[in-house]
Design a protein around this ligand. Structure first.
Ligand code: AHM
Ligand code: MG
Length: 341
């Protein structure tokens, strides 16, 4: 063994380099990201215990969006709140599992950042031992809010303003995938050392793909362009796209996006005609924005059908949006289908 093989580059070194040499993060954001990563380790540990830890199953409660909460949803939310409250680098947090924002209590020092998260994404997969994950996004407190109490509106910044974003995936391996605006790096948790080891320094999504991910059971609700595109994919080599397509749908956005970052593909949870004007299932602030930031930083593309997601001006904290992201040329193709109406 050499010291090099034992002391592999880890998250701390990566972030210190980003701070010192590339100046992409402040010391505050660096510490914040380390804390989020630490919380993800704890969530991953709870997830891996499953029935042994008594953490599976649902609670009697519903979240603000009327969805039944799983025990692990609530536990993960608490872990993230507790880990991040006292560090002094945050002003407030917002979560898919909380009705409104959570301000840092007065007895702790406050910082100039905002943290948003979906503590445990992929609810339907929690109890069935399929990959799930934590998604997070970091924004700065807007200048006009620096000297006053943080309000919900201070979170309503378009995704282009994100300072950092990422996810942890709890799968066969526990990984952390992160961007601070300088490409996308992936870390694998070395469970014996307790350390996030840098395993891919710069992820790039292949520009072309013949693999799509969509929940086909919603087909009758889709808008015409999405229906036409999927029909054309299914038509195979004789159809207008001239090739065979493969399909994957894990129903954990983290796992589907992770596959796309690894080998390319297109992921779609489009807006559809269900429930009187429902604007898609996924949430802009906790899911679409952080994933779009990662995908763009890896050379991919992310739209709601016609518009770049990162440019969307949010109007509500829990707002939903259609999401089409992945390999650049394929997403561009779907954008053109939308242009044609
Ligand atoms: P959640 O935040 O309640 O877990 O919902 C989000 C998840 C995504 O991870 C996934 O892409 C999607 O819901 C799957 O939805 P469906 O069950 O409709 O296929
Ligand atoms: Mg979610």
């Amino acid at each position: 063994l050499t010291s090099e093989s034992v002391l592999k580059k880890n998250l701390t070194q990566y972030l210190v380099e980003q701070q010192r040499q590339k100046k992409t993060v402040t010391a505050d954001v660096r510490l914040l990201l380390e804390t989020v990563a630490r919380a993800c380790k704890a969530i991953g540990h709870a997830v891996s215990k499953g029935a042994l830890g008594g953490v599976l199953g649902s609670l009697d409660s519903e979240n603000v969006q009327g969805e039944v909460q799983k025990k692990l949803d609530v536990l993960s939310n608490e872990i993230l709140l507790e880990a991040n409250e006292w560090g002094g680098n945050l002003a407030a947090m917002a979560s898919e599992e909380m009705d409104t924002l959570h301000r840092i209590p007065d007895y702790y020092p406050k910082g100039e950042n905002l943290l948003l998260f979906d503590p445990l994404d992929g609810s339907s997969n929690i109890d069935v031992n399929v990959s799930i994950g934590t998604i997070f996004s970091v924004l700065s407190v807007p200048p006009e809010a620096r000297d006053r109490v943080i309000e919900e509106q201070d979170f309503l910044q378009p995704g282009v303003r994100q300072v950092a974003a990422g996810y942890a995936i709890y799968g066969p391996q526990t990984m952390l995938v992160l961007t601070v605006g300088d490409g996308v790096a992936a870390f694998t948790l070395d469970k014996e050392m307790g350390s996030w080891v840098l395993t891919t320094e710069r992820i790039t999504i292949p520009e072309d793909t013949s693999e799509f991910a969509i929940n086909m059971s919603n087909m009758r609700h889709w808008e015409a362009p999405v229906k036409r595109y999927i029909d054309d994919c299914l038509a195979g080599p004789e159809g207008p796209l001239g090739k065979n397509y493969n399909m994957r749908w894990i129903a954990s956005m983290v796992a589907d996006v992770h596959r796309i970052l690894t080998r390319g593909g297109i992921f779609m949870y489009p807006r559809d005609a269900r429930a009187s004007g429902r604007k898609g299932k996924l949430r802009l602030m906790y899911e679409a924005n952080p994933m779009s930031f990662l995908v763009e930083q890896a050379g991919g593309m992310s739209i709601d059908g016609t518009q770049r997601i990162l440019d969307v001006q949010p109007t509500e904290l829990h707002q939903r949006i259609g999401v089409i992201l992945g390999s650049r040329n394929e997403v561009e193709r779907v954008r053109q289908y939308h242009e044609q109406g």
